[in-house]
Design a protein around this ligand. Structure first.
Ligand code: N01
Length: 522
């Protein structure tokens, strides 16, 4: 939804107002689009030399989305021309570039520059945003409002395996794929079997000489009938020509992919088999998944114990089957289930055996829990985000805003990740709408400062925790990047998509301190 001005705002006020956005991934770009449409000045600071964030940085073989694209796209730029229901990385990268050019956002972006710190100047009600350029030079900008759109999965994590630096061949993280390395005919060791590993494996198995996959823990893998389907011409035609067809199509994907699964996630305290499932729907899903895996593995029944998780479906991120099980049955593929012991100059040691390798690929995920790191964000009275959140306990009101950090907003913040299906784009649009409303109120009322009160922030986080205690992600038998070191679910949203949209549809000003520069807090 565009910003709808309700009161006049003087041109001087608008001209003097400045918003700084960190990150030109999807969220940062759509924030920019809404600000541009509203006539609010802004600049986006982007560390890469291009837009796209995740979809620019990740170029590993097989990269693609596992949410249908007609839903995994913005309402402000629906795309009837998706070639596949689940598009590949380059197609998504092209989509964001088209969007940036269509809305004239590129000229607002400073590339090869990263926000290193942001400090709130209470006397001026402004943020001092410090940046570092790729060439090492630094700069600083002043902003009325600072918005982080840096995402959560952008700092690749390679575990400190003993002997890691002794490996003689090429070794790289999936998000830094080294395309100069020819893997044809090579012995490749792939460590990690999350959403990335499951795409990499099948994409390289027929090219490499031998592929050894190291799976530390098991993941549930689900089939989608349209995963490898091209969009039929009739669907493309209908989305272009039949009134409201695109809306309807998006709506049914929204419903089926997210809210439709919601009953599967709830813990039934009376349920008799809590280690393996949560309730009747969850148990039924477990059975269906096991039947599917069994049929995919066919004669390779020896693999069943290695791949069927003990914990309930949805405990970890559900993975979309990308011919994973068929790949495991190939002669040149071997699955090791268990911990990696160490790395040696010519291979990986696990379970007391050496698995020779010429190339190592780490699909080992990201430093997700240190949200907003390495930015140094300092709010009112010298409060820092790192002290406030500790090593790994981020919290925000609606996942967006934090007391003592006025005029600061986070896109894709704490507890906003969608782990029950659904589209991050949808959530991003909810947050952008909410932040845009906050800015509208600030400008229309000539306020210089808007800061969430402590009570609604605490009440919201209490509600989030209470809700999570009843959901699958808090299951004690599951480790995942959704939880912090003390087991609190910090990443996922516990809400149905429609609920979160409702929470963020409008800003409730009674939840905020609103202030003009020369006034005390109201
Ligand atoms: O990372 P992950 P990812 N020794 O953290 C293993 C999004 N995404 O890059 O499960 C051995 O999920 C780890 O094992 P375990 C999506 O939101 C989306 O795959 O912790 N193994 C796991 O198997 C996703 O959730 C798409 O026991 C170790 C793997 O490495 C998120 O990005 C595609 C280890 C890491 O899995 C991250 O996915 C790709 C160790 N010391 C990504 N440490 C789509 O939309 C970790 N592992 C399709």
């Amino acid at each position: 939804r565009r910003v709808e001005w309700r009161k006049p705002v003087s041109e001087d006020r608008l001209r003097d107002f400045q918003v700084v956005i960190a990150g030109a991934g999807f969220s940062g770009v759509v924030m920019g689009i809404r600000l541009k449409q509203a006539g609010i000045p802004f600049v986006i600071i982007e560390k890469n030399d291009a837009v796209g964030g995740t979809w620019y940085e990740n170029t590993y073989p097989g990269i693609g989305v596992d949410t249908p694209c007609h839903f995994y796209s913005f309402s402000l730029m629906p795309n009837p021309d998706w070639p596949e229901f689940f598009s590949k990385g380059p197609e998504l990268d092209a989509y964001i570039n088209r969007m940036v050019d269509h809305f004239g956002i590129r000229e607002h972006i400073r590339f090869n520059e990263e926000v290193s710190a942001a400090r709130y100047d209470e006397a001026a009600c402004r943020w001092q945003v410090e940046t570092r350029r790729a060439d090492g030079s630094v700069d600083s900008l002043e902003a009325n409002v600072f918005i982080s759109a840096v995402g959560i999965l952008n700092r690749p994590r390679i575990p400190a395996f003993p002997g890691l630096d002794t490996f003689k061949g090429p070794a790289f993280h999936s998000a830094r794929w080294d395309h100069s390395v020819d893997i044809t005919g090579k012995r490749v060791a792939l460590i990690g079997t999350g959403a990335t590993g499951i795409q990499v494996g099948p994409a390289i198995a027929d090219k490499v000489g031998h592929l050894t996959i190291f799976q530390r823990s098991k993941h549930w893998v689900i089939r989608h009938p349209m995963y490898h389907e091209h969009v039929p011409e009739a669907v493309t035609w209908a989305t272009k020509h039949i009134p409201y067809y695109m809306d309807w199509f998006r709506f049914q994907l929204f419903w089926a992919a997210s809210d439709g699964f919601y009953p599967t996630l709830k813990i039934d305290p009376q349920w008799s088999d809590p280690e393996h499932s949560l309730n009747a729907e969850n148990a039924k899903m477990r059975e269906e998944l096991i039947a599917y895996i069994t049929s995919e593995l066919g004669e390779r029944t020896d693999l069943l114990d290695k791949v069927i998780p003990e914990y309930p479906p949805f405990g970890k991120r559900m993975l979309r089957d990308n011919n994973w099980f068929r790949m495991l049955c190939r002669d040149n593929v071997e699955l090791y289930a268990g911990d990696v012991e160490r790395i040696e100059e010519d291979g990986v040691v696990a379970g007391g055996r050496k698995y020779p390798a010429d190339v190592l690929v780490f699909a080992t995920g990201f430093h997700a829990s240190r949200l907003l790191a390495p930015m140094d964000i300092v709010g009112r009275g010298g409060a820092t985000i790192r002290e406030r959140w500790g090593e790994d306990d981020p919290r925000a009101h609606l996942g967006i805003t934090v007391p003592d950090f006025p005029n600061f907003y986070v896109l894709y913040g704490p507890n906003t990740n969608l782990a029950h299906g659904g589209s991050a784009f949808f959530h991003s649009e909810c947050q952008v709408r909410y932040i845009s409303e906050a800015l509208r109120e600030m400008l229309e009322n000539d306020w210089d400062e808007l800061e969430v009160r402590r009570e609604p922030y605490e009440a919201y986080n209490e509600k989030v925790d209470t809700e999570h205690r009843q959901l699958v992600w808090s299951h004690p038998g599951v480790t995942s990047w959704y939880k912090n070191s003390s087991g609190r679910v910090i990443m996922n949203s516990p809400w149905r998509l429609a609920d979160y949209r409702h929470f963020t549809a409008d800003i409730d000003l009674t939840e905020y301190h609103c202030r003009r520069l020369d006034e005390a807090c109201a």
